[in-house]
Design a protein around this ligand. Structure first.
Ligand SMILES: Nc1ncnc2c1ncn2[C@@H]1O[C@H](COP(=O)(O)OP(=O)(O)OP(=O)(O)O)[C@@H](O)[C@H]1O
Ligand SMILES: [Mg+2]
Length: 310
């Protein structure tokens, strides 16, 4: 339902995307995870036909984002990172306005608005003015607007940013319900654990490229192997020696020596971790302390984004 290959986008001298690949099958909820400036918004805006890539190509619902842009807009619902509501309108008036703008026939308009109000659990608030709504409710109103033309694909840019825990749970339930209706959803976030629960696939993006993409099973499998290891040697010379010993081992990711300390991610089974320690000791490294952090989604994220995320 979404297929992007080698998307490149520049803003002046800045290379925002350096070749993004992304896939989503019908009914998938794909989480695009990455730190600030990674290229999430740029990717989503290309898929939403708002900006044009300099290289690469992408199709959404079988339509090319550049050549078939006008037709494609009817098939997608895009929710930007920041949006405005018309404060002087009630929720219902706001939605009616956009139903009209989308060309929904007068005969069907009321039913369409009722439908999205129901779906987003706003029926009881339909008469409330947009002004003064809480962030969570505003988000739902905007999502309702995004659903008015019954798009097959939803592109949601950080929909849960700024929401409190309850509003996040509500949003998650709503996205699950939409996915169950067969909609394909692409949702971005810089908070991992938020997407973990609702996504069938994730893509970790950093520095304008996708570093890792896969199903949640792939993530879980890989996560179970990402051990963050901290070796404290007796002195800097021994730390350097430890690093030298591990050189060329493909399971050792991004080793960094700082003073007497060597940090790395060891991508292996739990049972292989003691072997790493043994190798260092038998290789003549005076190991003062050997610490292992259990694999976690954060560790995987830090591994694929090379620890550049604070
Ligand atoms: N209109 C623009 N003009 C200039 N640079 C831009 C523009 N839009 C994005 N960029 C740059 O492109 C890169 C990718 O930005 P993008 O907004 O896609 O990141 P993001 O992953 O959405 O980040 P955030 O988490 O902050 O929303 C950044 O370096 C950003 O500064
Ligand atoms: Mg963004």
């Amino acid at each position: 339902m979404i297929e992007a290959r080698g998307l490149v986008k520049r803003f002046g001298p800045r290379l925002a995307l350096r070749g993004v690949d992304l896939d989503a099958a019908p009914g998938d909820v794909v989480g695009v995870i990455g730190p600030n400036g990674a290229g999430k918004t740029t990717t989503i805006r290309i898929l939403a036909t708002l900006i044009v890539p300099e290289a690469g190509r992408a199709t959404v619902a079988g339509l090319d984002v550049v050549r078939d842009a006008a037709r494609l807009r009817g098939a997608i619902g895009f929710m930007p990172e920041r949006f405005g509501l018309y404060d002087e309108l009630t929720i219902e008036q706001y939605l009616e306005f956009f139903a009209r703008a989308h060309g929904v026939h007068a005969r069907d308009r009321a039913a369409q608005v009722d439908g999205v109000l129901e779906l987003t659990d706003l029926t009881h608030k339909r008469g409330d003015p947009c002004e003064g709504l809480s962030k969570g409710v505003r988000q739902r109103v905007y999502l309702a607007k995004t659903l008015l033309h019954d798009p097959r694909v939803l592109l949601l840019d950080e929909p849960s940013s700024g929401l409190d825990p309850q509003a996040r749970i509500d949003l998650r339930a709503l996205l699950a319900a939409l996915a169950a209706q067969g909609k394909t959803i692409l949702v971005s976030s810089h908070i991992l654990t938020e997407l973990d629960l609702i996504c069938s696939r994730v893509a970790v993006i950093e520095g304008g490229a996708v570093r890792f993409a896969g199903t949640l099973d792939d993530v879980a499998r890989r996560r179970a192997r990402a051990h963050r290891v901290r070796v404290r040697a007796l002195d800097p010379a021994h730390a350097a020696r430890a690093q030298g010993l591990l050189e060329g081992d493909a399971r050792v990711i991004d080793p960094v020596v700082e003073g007497a300390e060597l940090r790395l991610v060891f991508e292996a089974e739990r049972a292989d971790v003691p072997g790493l320690h043994r190798r260092l000791v038998e290789g003549g490294v005076d190991v003062y302390a050997f610490e292992v952090e259990e694999p976690s989604l954060e560790a995987l994220f830090l591994e694929v984004t090379r620890g550049e995320v604070s």
